[in-house]
Design a protein around this ligand. Structure first.
Ligand code: DOR
Ligand code: ZN
Length: 346
């Protein structure tokens, strides 16, 4: 008899949908399985004002197949010049669910990000006062800091001081990649949670570099050593409600990945739920999958879980996923976990 599990329909608390043709191609990959997603604002130009967010939301809704009830949860891209009044109005109206902090230069399309946390303290103070969550790309950018240390240095030099200065600010440490970050979240008394991607539960840095460079495993923050991956798996499968799914599914066309200077990003929307069921089963924690993918995120954001359910079935033959999805901009390679997947969404 085939094994099945039924969970509350999941949400993706960190997603890149892009715009135009790419948006049209990747949106159905997420909407197929997920009820809602936090939409990252790092477009070119970025989603900076309430008006930008409203217009982007309208473009996403326009790209959704008719009758699909997927809900995009919008964010604003924090800059040195962000206006606290604009943020407060957009949050009060329900137009945005969170604000995203990119340290300037930390990742794809982050040039307009924050150059010094001091510049945005008035906005962060307002957000703390009104309860608006802050999603943080937690990496320092200094050229002198090794890329594998950027997350832990950020915790010491930016995140911890910020939390001490503004303990009421509700923070989500996005796509954590280290044991250091997982331990830091576990030690927090309040107002700190973390998203974990599907791929960081599966790959370590060897997957990127051993036997030749694998550009489709290159993302930011970059995957770390194996003991960090193990710590992320423990955190994700522990049932601790401060950890939840944010896939960071980030489409780039193959020519842009397979290049002398390839873009950072792993596209995992298509097979994420199959990958997660595999991971949670492997760790003897299938009963914790619903918390991680469907319950912990809404609880932290103060939202209700989705009403709909999602059923997964484990088959005896591997599920066939496309190697890449076609877009009018070119093919986008789907994350390859490196082993066959037997869980499928039905
Ligand atoms: O790998 C990544 N890709 N990390 C990010 O932080 C941004 C994302 C993107 O937008 O491509
Ligand atoms: Zn991201």
């Amino acid at each position: 008899m085939s094994q099945t599990i039924t969970i509350t329909r999941p949400d993706d608390w960190h997603l890149h949908l892009r715009d135009d043709e790419m948006l049209r191609a990747v949106l159905p990959e997420t909407a197929r399985h997920f009820g809602r997603a936090i939409i990252m604002p790092n477009l070119v130009p970025p989603v900076v004002t309430a008006n930008d967010a409203a217009a982007y939301r309208a473009r996403i809704m326009d790209a959704l197949p008719i009758g699909d009830d997927f809900q995009p949860l919008m964010t604003l891209y924090l800059t040195d010049k962000t206006n606290a009044v604009d943020v407060a109005a957009a949050y009060a109206e329900g137009l945005i669910t969170a604000v995203k902090l990119y340290p300037a230069g930390a990742t794809t399309n982050s040039d307009s990000g924050v150059t010094d946390i001091k510049h945005v303290m008035p906005v962060l103070e307002e957000m703390a006062a009104i309860g608006c969550p802050l999603c943080i790309h937690g990496e320092v950018t200094g050229a002198d800091i090794d890329i594998f240390d950027r997350e832990s240095v950020f915790i010491d030099t930016v995140l911890d001081p910020l939390r001490r200065a503004l303990p009421e600010l509700k923070i989500i440490s996005e796509h954590i990649t280290t044991k250091t970050a997982a331990d830091y979240v576990m030690a927090a008394d309040k107002n700190l949670a973390a998203t974990i991607t599907t791929h960081h539960l599966i790959i370590n840095r060897n997957h990127i570099l051993v036997g030749g460079i694998k550009p489709h495993y290159y993302c930011l923050p970059i995957a770390k050593r194996e003991h960090h991956r193990i710590a992320l798996r423990k955190a994700a499968t522990s049932g601790d409600a401060r950890f939840f799914l944010g896939t960071d599914s980030a489409p780039h066309t193959d020519p842009n990945k397979e290049s002398a200077c390839g873009c950072a990003g792993v596209f995992s929307a298509t097979n994420t739920m199959s990958c997660l069921a595999h991971v949670f089963e492997e760790d003897g924690a299938l009963d914790k999958l619903e918390g991680f993918a469907s319950l912990n995120g809404p609880a932290y954001y103060g939202l209700q879980p989705n009403r709909a359910k999602l059923m997964l079935v484990k088959s005896s033959t591997p599920v066939e996923y496309p190697v890449s999805i076609e877009t009018r901009d070119g093919p986008v390679t789907v994350f390859d976990p490196g082993y066959p997947l037997f869980w499928r969404v039905v």
